[in-house]
Structures are given as structure tokens and as C-alpha cells.
Ligand binder design. Structure first.
Ligand SMILES: *Cc1c(COP(=O)(O)O)cnc(C)c1O
Length: 461
């Protein structure tokens, strides 16, 4: 499988090069040249365990790593980092919750970033050289990337987070990792500032080459790919357990990486009826799927900080397909968006933007009410991100088909919200309870590309 850029200015590359490149050198995003149809494989895949299913699903997109080696990397990833199940399905009321937070940092991003760390290490071992990972995080990506790469030889990680935009626990999950190859940077700005700095540096091809800069953000294709697996997993499991031919997924959404994986699964022929996109007050994507217009607003701070973004970095991948797989049109649209902060796609005659999606938003009130109600009625504790998904999922579901709500973080990461919602101190996990005792390390920089560039250069010597 070759990978091409949404902006069309990069020669097609193999999977491993795509993973090492992160953001495409022309500023676009890398996507597979074709989307494989796996519908006639699904019955063979039904009995597979998670790791074997991951090898089969991802194997459709990887042909430049020896098959045995790739299988070893995947098996090692899911055995080491997920001592229990990777993605258990739990029935909660008349919906299903897919718990994706059983990895080391208690958020779904571990599923992809543990794999990415192993892929980087294997590629460097085979090819030689080193990799300097530059990332921007609104919370959970940072710690998951840091845990995916900590202590690995040949890899340095520079992780920016907004100085005021992550929770105390999220900050500590990152800054308590003292491995010498991990460099946390608190940027005096918002997550979008961090992301802009990262994109600017990543678009500087000369700097990027000189310092072997790679990306772990959700723009990295391996992240999307690893996430496709659990949609296939849940659809197969639920098909068995409920006898339903099709399932629907509700996905708490920020950067559009997670739900995009679900969309790829759908296009691969996995029996998914609809994808329900759930946002908090930062609802640019919700408004897009309701009206066809994608227009920037202000960033609001909410109880679900990992969804507090306006520009969704993975949206460009979706838009590429939506605009007829035309890189010129896409580039023009993105350039216009950069200038005006707005873009629009034509809607169907009935006003539908895309029949594959429904969209809704869950504000602070709805988030707290959902956490409280699900706890009282089902004795199941949702974190605030997952609660947004459940709230919108229940509102937008087709009642005739099973609904899977993606649980993207463990509630112990957000104890204040849980206390507000339930009036009880219920959210604990040993990994989180220890954090406040540990020493931390972090640099603080202005929201300025040059400051970050210099920090990277100085650190690398
Ligand atoms: C990152 C994150 C999300 C949003 O996922 P995207 O891929 O950015 O849409 C939702 N919930 C949690 C807990 C997250 O960490």
C-alpha cells in the first residue's frame, strides 16, 4: 500500500515512510492510496483475539515491513501495554460501552501510541538514525505519546501543552516522566497555539530533515490505522452477542482522529450503520455535520479538555474524500479556510451533509447530568468525554440497532467533574492517586515558533 498526500505534492511513500513523516512534506495529510474492502474477510476474523485481529486489519495497509516482524510488533504492543483486555465491551443500560482506557495512561490514545512507539523503534533499528518527535497536546495525547516513547533509544520527544489548558492530573501524567529522552514544554497559549507551532515547524522541511522531526499527533497515519481495529472488533463482537447485522458508534470528538478511524472501517465494509459525532461546547464539527459549514469559533474551556479544540487536524483527511479526492480542490479549500476561517460543502436536497454521520453536542450541564444519571441508574462511572458521547449517542441513535459508545478515558483522570456530578468522591485509580507524590520536570516557553525551535536545537545540541 502506498500513501499519498491530501495536497498531492508528495511522491507516494510506503507505510513506514508515512509513519516516520507524520505530517506530509507538502503540509497535507497522508492517506492510503485506496481503501481496502474487507467485507469478505469478516467471517474469518470473527474468532480472532484482539492482537491477531489487529495484525489482520492493519496488515491490509502495511506491505513494507516483513509480515513476521509486523506481527511481532503488534503482539508485543498489546501484550505489554494492556495486561487486561484491550477493548472490553460492557453493557450499560440499553447501550454498550467500549472501554478503550485500559492502557498505561488510562485514555484511548494508548491503543495507538503504544504501537507507534514500537513502530518507530523497529524502523530506527532497521534503518539506523534517530527520530525527534514533536507533538502538541490538549491533554491525553501528550502522556500517551510520552509513555509510548519513554526510554526508547534513538527517540527524543518534545511535547508541548497549553500552560493553562490541561488538568493538573494530565499535566502530572506528562511531567512526572523523567526519562532523559522526554522533554515537556508548557506553552503560554492555547492548544491551537501549540498545534500551530507544531505545524509551522513540521512545514519547515529543511528544519524537519536536519533534526529528523517526526509527529505523534493524530495526523500520524499509524494512529488512525490502529484505531480502525477496535471498530472492527466491536462490530464483530456485538454482531455475535446481539445478532444484529449492523451497529452504530457514538464517538466523543476533538481532533476528528478517532471517529475518522470509524469512517475508514465503514468504508472497508465493516457493518457500521452510522457514526454519531459528539462534541462539547467546542462544536465546530457538530455544526459542520448539521449545516455543511465549517467555521472557526472561540475555544471554550470545558469539563472534557481533550475535546477543547477548534481546528480539527484530521478533518482534512475527511474533506479530501468529501471533495471528490481532488488534491487541487482540497488545497484551494484549505488555503481559503486559512484566510477566512470558513469553508462549506454542498448539502443534499434534504439538507443532509453526509448520511454516514449524525452529530450533536453535549454541554457542561448535559455532561454532568449524564455522569450522574448513569451512575445512579447503572452504577457505571463515565469520564466527562465519554459522557458527552453517551449523551449525544442516546439522542441520535437509531433505536433498532445496537449503540456502542466509545469510553475514551478512565474517570479517575477527572475527579473534580465526577465529584460535581455525583456529589461523591468515586473516581480513583492507583496510577492517578500516586501522581501527586512524584517529582516533575517541564520547560515553560512563550507561544512563539522561534522559542520552541531554539529549545529543540539547544536540547539536541
Ligand atoms: C483525544 C481525546 C478525545 C478526542 O479524540 P479525537 O481523536 O481528537 O477526536 C476524546 N476523549 C479523550 C479522553 C481524549 O483523550
Amino acid at each position: 500500500m502506498k500513501y499519498i498526500s491530501t495536497r498531492g505534492q508528495v511522491e507516494p511513500v510506503g507505510f513506514e515512510d508515512a509513519v516516520l513523516m507524520g505530517l506530509a512534506d507538502d503540509g497535507g495529510l497522508l492517506i492510503p492510496e485506496t481503501i481496502p474492502d474487507v467485507s469478505d474477510r469478516l467471517s474469518d476474523w470473527r474468532g480472532l483475539g484482539y492482537a491477531d485481529l489487529a495484525i489482520a486489519v492493519m496488515g491490509e495497509f502495511v506491505d513494507d515491513i516483513p509480515a513476521e516482524e509486523f506481527a511481532g510488533i503488534v503482539r508485543r504492543t498489546y501484550a505489554d501495554a494492556f495486561p487486561a483486555d484491550v477493548a472490553p465491551l460492557v453493557q450499560v443500560g440499553d447501550a454498550w460501552v467500549l472501554e478503550l482506557w485500559h492502557g498505561p495512561t488510562l485514555a484511548f490514545k494508548d491503543v495507538a501510541l503504544q504501537l507507534l512507539g514500537n513502530l518507530f523503534e523497529a524502523a530506527l533499528a532497521r534503518r539506523g538514525g534517530r527520530l525527534n518527535v514533536l507533538g502538541a497536546t490538549s491533554g491525553d495525547t501528550g502522556s500517551a505519546a510520552i509513555y509510548g516513547c519513554r526510554g526508547r533509544s534513538g527517540i527524543e520527544v518534545f511535547m508541548m501543552h497549553p500552560a493553562e489548558g490541561v488538568s493538573e492530573i494530565q499535566r502530572r501524567q506528562m511531567t512526572t516522566v523523567l526519562d532523559e529522552n522526554i522533554h515537556n514544554i508548557a506553552v503560554r497559549g492555547t492548544f491551537d497555539d501549540c498545534q500551530r507551532i507544531m505545524k509551522t515547524i513540521a512545514a519547515d522541511v529543511e528544519f524537519k530533515r536536519r533534526h529528523a522531526i517526526g509527529a505523534v499527533n493524530s495526523v500520524n497515519w499509524a494512529r488512525v490505522l490502529a484505531q480502525i481495529v477496535y471498530y472492527v472488533w466491536a462490530a464483530l463482537r456485538l454482531g455475535e452477542r446481539t445478532g444484529s447485522a449492523q451497529v452504530q458508534f457514538a464517538v466523543p470528538t476533538g481532533n476528528f482522529g478517532d471517529i475518522l478511524a470509524g469512517w475508514y472501517a465503514m468504508k472497508m465494509g465493516v457493518p457500521i450503520d452510522r457514526l454519531i459525532l459528539a462534541t462539547n461546547e467546542n462544536d465546530i464539527l457538530c455544526r459542520f455535520f448539521q449545516t455543511g459549514e465549517y467555521s472557526l469559533g472561540e475555544v471554550h474551556k470545558t469539563l472534557s479538555p481533550s475535546m477543547d479544540i477548534q481546528v480539527a487536524s484530521n478533518f482534512e483527511r475527511y474533506l479530501y474524500y468529501r471533495l471528490g479526492e481532488d488534491p487541487r480542490k482540497l488545497s484551494q479549500t484549505m488555503a481559503d479556510f486559512g484566510r477566512t476561517g470558513k469553508l462549506a460543502v454542498p448539502t443534499g436536497e434534504d439538507g443532509t451533509v453526509d448520511g454516514d454521520f449524525r452529530a450533536g453536542r453535549g454541554d457542561t450541564e448535559a455532561t454532568l447530568a449524564t455522569i450522574g444519571r448513569v451512575w445512579r441508574e447503572q452504577e457505571y462511572l463515565l469520564d466527562p468525554h465519554s459522557a458527552v458521547g453517551v449523551h449525544v449517542g442516546l439522542a441520535c441513535r437509531d433505536a433498532g440497532k445496537p449503540l456502542v459508545c466509545l469510553a475514551t478515558a478512565h474517570p479517575a483522570k477527572f475527579p473534580d467533574a465526577i465529584r460535581t456530578a455525583t456529589s461523591e468522591d468515586l473516581a480513583h485509580h492507583p496510577k492517578i492517586d500516586h501522581l501527586h507524590e512524584l517529582p516533575t520536570r517541564c520547560a515553560v516557553l512563550d507561544s512563539d515558533v522561534q522559542a520552541v525551535r531554539e529549545f529543540v536545537e539547544e536540547t539536541l545540541g
